[in-house]
Design a binder for this molecule. Structure first.
Ligand code: NA7
Length: 536
C-alpha cells in the first residue's frame, strides 16, 4: 500500500530535478523529489574533489528560464569552481522554494508500473512507497561512480577516495604520498591541486587524454556586461548551436582548405582563448581523419613544449584515438604539473597495475608506496544510474533486461514498454556532448509541454512506440557512424565498464537539430508515441 500519491515522482535533485519540479508546479501538478544526498546539486554535490570546476563558461552554464534569477546571480570566475556551483544550486532551490517537495537522504530502489492503475509505484531505501502518474528520472549521466576492482584493494592500509564521492569535509594531503589512478577529466582537474599539497604524487595513467588550457580567472567585467546586454541573443544562439554553448565558436572552414600557417594560427588563437574553442577550430576535425590529425599534431606539440622530460611528454601524448573522440579535458596547469620534482607519471600501458598492496600500488615493474589512493576512474555513464534502480515497465519487464544489449530510447526521453517514464538527458539525446544545462532545460520544457498537452486531451498515458524507438536508435547510430567518435574506447560507447555493451549512447546530431526534431514530434501530435486515457 503506497504511503502517498503524487502526479509525478522525480528521482534526483540536481539541475534536472530542480528545474523539473519548478515546471511541474507551474502546471499545478503535485510532485515529490527523492534525492540520495543530503542537499541539492547532483553532480556538484558529489564531485567535491580538489580542482573540481565546470569547463563551460559559468555564464553559459547556468539556467536561462528566469531572467530574474539571471539578474540576481553574479558568477565570480570564468569557470566556476564546485563550491560556487553548489551555492548556485542552493540559491535556486531557495529562490523557488523547492526544498519542501524534496526528500533528502533517500535513495530510490525501485519503480514499478502498475498497468491496471496506470501509475508508477516508487520504493525507497527507507522502506516507503509512493505512487505517481509520471515517473521522471533526473538521475544524471555521470552519477554512478565506478567502484575500483583491483586485486588486494581491501589490504591497503591508508584511506582511499573516489573523485565522484569525495568526503564533504575535504581531504588534507599535506606531507602525504598520494597515488592517483586515472587521467580523465576529474584527474586532470585534481592532479595539479594534489601535487601542490602532497609530499609526493604518483599518477597512474592507462590512456592519456587531450587537454586544453582553461585560462580560468576572475570573471571579466566586460564579458559579464556583454552577456547581460545581449543575453536574449546569446541564449537563442546556445539553443540552436551544435553543442549548446557559444564559446565553442565553430569555424566553418575545413582544416585541409587552409595553408599550414593559417591552420597553425587558428589553432594557436584558440589555444590562447582556452576551453572548448579548440574543438570548434575547423568543421571537419570530428569527421575527417586527415583533418583530425592536424589537431592531434598541434596538441602533441604543445605537450612536448610544456613537459620537460621527453619520456614523460611522450607518455602524455595520446596516440590511440582521434582528437575529441574522448571527452576533451580542460585544465589549469595539468601538463606543467609533470615538471614538478614531487610528481611522477607511471604509464600503465608499459607496466600495468597488478595489485593494490598494504603499502601502495604494485605494477608489473615495481611497488609505488602511497599513504592515500585517489581513484579517478570515472562513471558507469548514461545508463548506470538508471540500471541501478529496479525499473519495471509493462508486463513486469526490467529496464536493465530490455537494455541488456545497450540502451534504446525514443529521443532519449522515453522507452517503449515503459509508459509515463521520462529520462532527462537519457541515452540517445545530445546531453553529454553538450552544455548540460541547455540540454536539461530543453528536456524539462519538452516534458512539461507534453504533460500539459496530455492534460488538455484528458489523456493520461503516453508511451514510445517500438517502431519510433527503432528508427531513432538507427538514426543515432547512423549519425555517430559519420563521425570519428566510434573509433575511441570511451565511456560514450561503454568501453570503460567491463562487460558493458558497446553501443554509442549520445546523439551526435547536435543540440539545435535535436531540438528541432523534438519540437516537430510535439507539433505533430507527439508522433511516434501512443497516447491513451487510463480507462482505455
Ligand atoms: P573518465 O573520463 O571516465 O576518466 C576515468 C579515467 O580512469 C580514465 O583515464 C580511465 O582510463 C581511467 N581508468 C578507469 N579504470 C581504470 C583502471 N581499472 N585502471 C587504470 N585506469 C583506469 O572519468 P572522469 O571522472 O575523469 O570524468 C568523467 C566526466 O566528468 C568527464 O568526461 C566530464 O564530462 C566530467 P581509460 O581512458 O578508460 O583507459
Amino acid at each position: 500500500m503506497a504511503d502517498k500519491a503524487f502526479d509525478a515522482v522525480i528521482v534526483g535533485a540536481g539541475f534536472s530535478g530542480l528545474y523539473m519540479l519548478h515546471r511541474l508546479r507551474g502546471l499545478g501538478l503535485t510532485a515529490r523529489v527523492f534525492e540520495a544526498g543530503d542537499g541539492v546539486g547532483g553532480t556538484w554535490y558529489w564531485n567535491r574533489y580538489p580542482g573540481a570546476r565546470v569547463d563551460i563558461e559559468s555564464q553559459e552554464y547556468s539556467y536561462s528560464f528566469s531572467p530574474e534569477l539571471e539578474d540576481d546571480w553574479a558568477w565570480t570566475e570564468r569557470y566556476a569552481a564546485q563550491p560556487e556551483l553548489l551555492r548556485y544550486a542552493n540559491h535556486v532551490a531557495d529562490r523557488f522554494d523547492l526544498r519542501k517537495d524534496i526528500q533528502f537522504e533517500t535513495r530510490v530502489t525501485s519503480a514499478v508500473f502498475d498497468e491496471a492503475a496506470s501509475r508508477w509505484t516508487v520504493t525507497t531505501d527507507r522502506g516507503e512507497t509512493v505512487t505517481g502518474r509520471f515517473c521522471i528520472m533526473a538521475t544524471g549521466c555521470l552519477s554512478s561512480a565506478n567502484d575500483p576492482q583491483f586485486p588486494g584493494l581491501e589490504s591497503f592500509q591508508g584511506p582511499t577516495y573516489h573523485t565522484g564521492r569525495w568526503p564533504h569535509e575535504g581531504v588534507d594531503f599535506t606531507g602525504k604520498r598520494v597515488a592517483v589512478i586515472g587521467t580523465g577529466s576529474s584527474a586532470i582537474q585534481s592532479i595539479p591541486e594534489i601535487a601542490r599539497q602532497a609530499a609526493r604524487l604518483t599518477v597512474f595513467q592507462r590512456t592519456p587524454n587531450y587537454s586544453v588550457p582553461a585560462h580560468n580567472g576572475p570573471l571579466d567585467p566586460k564579458f559579464a556586461a556583454d552577456w547581460k546586454a545581449n543575453r536574449a541573443r546569446h541564449r537563442a544562439e546556445q539553443r540552436v548551436s551544435s553543442v549548446g554553448f557559444i564559446a565553442h565558436d565553430p569555424n566553418d572552414q575545413s582544416a585541409l582548405e587552409v595553408s599550414d600557417e593559417e591552420r597553425q594560427a587558428i589553432f594557436e588563437d584558440r589555444w590562447r582563448r582556452g576551453g572548448f574553442s579548440l574543438g570548434g577550430a575547423f568543421n571537419d576535425i570530428g569527421v575527417n581523419m586527415e583533418a583530425n590529425l592536424t589537431a592531434q599534431k598541434f596538441v602533441a606539440e604543445k605537450i612536448r613544449e610544456i613537459v620537460k622530460d621527453p619520456k614523460t611528454a611522450e607518455a602524455l601524448v595520446p596516440k590511440t584515438y582521434p582528437f575529441g573522440t574522448k571527452r576533451l579535458c580542460i585544465d589549469t596547469g595539468y601538463y606543467a604539473t609533470f615538471n614538478r620534482d614531487n610528481v611522477e607519471l607511471v604509464d600503465l600501458r608499459e607496466t600495468p597495475i597488478e595489485a593494490i598492496t598494504p603499502a601502495g600500488v604494485r605494477t608489473s615493474a615495481k611497488e609505488y608506496p602511497a599513504d592515500a589512493i585517489v581513484f579517478a576512474i570515472g562513471f558507469d555513464a548514461m545508463t548506470g544510474a538508471l540500471n541501478r534502480i529496479d525499473i519495471r515497465g509493462r508486463e513486469g519487464k526490467a529496464l536493465k533486461d530490455v537494455w541488456a544489449d545497450g540502451p534504446k530510447t525514443y529521443l532519449g526521453l522515453m522507452v517503449a514498454g515503459f509508459p509515463n517514464l521520462f529520462t532527462i538527458t537519457g541515452p540517445g539525446s545530445p546531453s553529454v556532448l553538450s552544455n548540460m544545462i541547455v540540454s536539461i532545460e530543453q528536456h524539462v520544457d519538452w516534458i512539461t509541454d507534453c504533460l500539459a498537452w496530455l492534460g488538455q486531451r484528458q489523456a493520461s498515458v503516453i508511451e514510445a512506440t517500438p517502431e519510433a524507438q527503432e528508427a531513432w536508435v538507427a538514426h543515432v547510430n547512423e549519425v555517430a557512424d559519420t563521425t570519428l567518435y566510434p573509433l575511441a574506447n570511451s565511456w560514450y560507447i561503454g568501453a570503460n565498464v567491463p562487460g558493458k555493451p558497446r553501443v554509442f549512447m549520445p546523439y551526435v546530431g547536435g543540440v539545435g537539430l535535436y531540438r528541432e526534431r523534438c519540437d516537430a514530434v510535439a507539433a505533430n501530435d507527439y508522433e511516434g508515441f501512443e497516447v491513451r486515457s487510463a480507462a482505455s
